[in-house]
Design a protein around this ligand. Structure first.
Ligand SMILES: O=C(O)CCC(=O)C(=O)O
Length: 300
């Protein structure tokens, strides 16, 4: 199968990286628009200690709730909303955490961090003056000694949008490297359109024969570093082979008129939803405003 070629193979970390303490939000937004990704070193430093505490509380709570887990197409979910996957063979349990049931409704620190003014300056530079939150905050948690990989994918396979789509910020809670599961990105891939995805252990992913990890740029970093990426930027992360957990937390911002037109978690449910694209509406998809004003529109 032919896959899109990356126009600029020479993109390196220094081309996409800025520092929170001398931030020029317009320049940061321009880097994002060119490459579909941007690293802001230290952006989330003020929030890490408090968020980390809440994340570890939620992880312990989720493991304690495992006897009440219910099977769903994506794995198992505990009553507090944590998603578990089958565990690898060397694990102490038969299920491992993937997405923790923590978000804006459970952690004040997580919620506060979504309103960071420098993060919002960059989001506004990319999306324009009227910006809303998309989703309620997400925490991907790789357990130690083999915690799940998230295969290379585009988020638009999970939530294709009518317009530009959300800007995500993925934030490191611990120092993150090639051993514990650094994020890999493919700079420039936001210009490819949404590619065909297949079912993988970590849900929708790109076929690894077309998209091996070598095609992507790993971003190692410290607790508090933020990675902004476009909804069509190819990204993913490998297993956590360290002895400590590797959590990240994610915020998503989108233009206040944007909305999901196709959603999916498996090839089957995405194909079903593709057939219903004509029914998609902004109505019932209003996120909390973080910049600007939502004018009334009859068309909603
Ligand atoms: O946990 C990670 O590093 C990857 C998360 C991710 O790719 C996603 O949520 O789309």
């Amino acid at each position: 199968m032919t896959t899109p070629e990356i126009e600029n193979r020479a993109v390196s970390i220094t081309d996409i990286e800025v520092h929170a303490d001398k931030l020029d939000a317009r320049r940061a937004a321009a880097i994002y628009m060119e490459h579909g990704c941007l690293v802001v070193r230290g952006l989330m430093n003020p929030y890490i200690e408090a968020i980390s505490k809440d994340i570890e509380c939620c992880a312990a709570e989720s493991i304690a709730l495992l006897p009440e887990a219910v099977k769903i197409p994506e794995g198992w979910t505990t009553p507090n909303g944590t998603l578990f996957l089958p565990a690898p063979a060397n694990f102490s349990r038969d299920k491992q955490i993937m997405v923790l049931g923590i978000g804006y409704a459970t952690s004040a620190a997580f919620f506060h961090s979504a309103f960071d003014s420098a993060a919002l300056d960059i989001a506004e530079g990319i999306l324009g003056p009227n910006v809303e939150m998309f989703m309620n905050g997400q925490c991907l948690y790789k357990e130690p000694v083999g915690g799940h990989p998230k295969n290379l994918h585009q988020d638009s396979a999970y939530f294709e949008h009518r317009y530009e789509g959300p800007v995500a910020t993925l934030n490191y809670v611990v120092d993150t490297d090639l051993v514990n599961g650094a994020l890999y990105v493919v700079p420039g891939s936001h210009k490819f359109g949404t590619l065909k995805h297949v079912d993988t252990i970590s849900h929708l992913g790109l076929d690894p024969t077309d998209w091996p990890w070598e095609r992507a740029l790993p971003i190692t970093g410290q607790a508090g570093d933020s990675i902004f990426f476009h909804v069509r930027t190819i990204h993913g992360s490998q297993q956590n082979h360290s002895t400590e957990p590797r959590p990240v937390f994610i915020h998503r911002y989108r233009s206040s008129d944007d909305y999901v037109i196709i959603s999916g978690t498996t090839t089957e449910n995405r194909e079903e939803n593709e057939r219903r694209i004509a029914d998609a509406k902004k109505e019932n998809q209003r996120g909390l405003m973080v910049r600007g004003y939502r004018a009334f529109s009859h068309s909603e």
